[in-house]
Design a protein around this ligand. Structure first.
Ligand SMILES: C[C@H](O)[C@H](O)[C@H]1CNC2=NC(N)=NC(=O)C2=N1
Length: 100
């Protein structure tokens, strides 16, 4: 997978298929805030995503308080958003919808 930074146009294109995700105003990351029914659901989501991230060797920056998980994704090695961020965001949306 290419580790090249995506153009903002390419990111916007990818975001159109990623409900809830937005491009940070500096254009260097994508983020989404997830809401769950309770802490157990939120933590279960994080546990599932942690295993995906480890398999991808691509890790989120995230914050959790109770039923909320705020996620920011970018590729440190590229200094911006790459296909790896889009792939992990897609996996996170799938994990979050599994709990619905
Ligand atoms: C050494 C290790 O493979 C690298 O630091 C990996 C780990 N996880 C990573 N996660 C993210 N989000 N960006 C990276 O560039 C990255 N690089």
């Amino acid at each position: 997978m290419s580790l090249d930074k995506l153009s903002s146009e390419a990111i916007e294109q990818d975001l159109s298929g990623l409900p809830g995700w937005t491009l940070r105003e500096d254009g260097a990351a994508i983020s989404r805030s997830f809401r769950f029914r309770n802490f157990s659901q939120a933590f279960g989501f994080m546990a599932e995503c942690a295993l995906v991230a480890e398999r991808m060797n691509h890790h989120p920056e995230w914050f959790n308080v109770y039923s909320r998980v705020d996620v920011t994704l970018n590729t440190h090695d590229a200094g911006g958003v790459t296909e790896k961020d889009v792939k992990l965001a897609r996996a996170m949306n799938r994990a979050a919808s599994r709990g619905d």
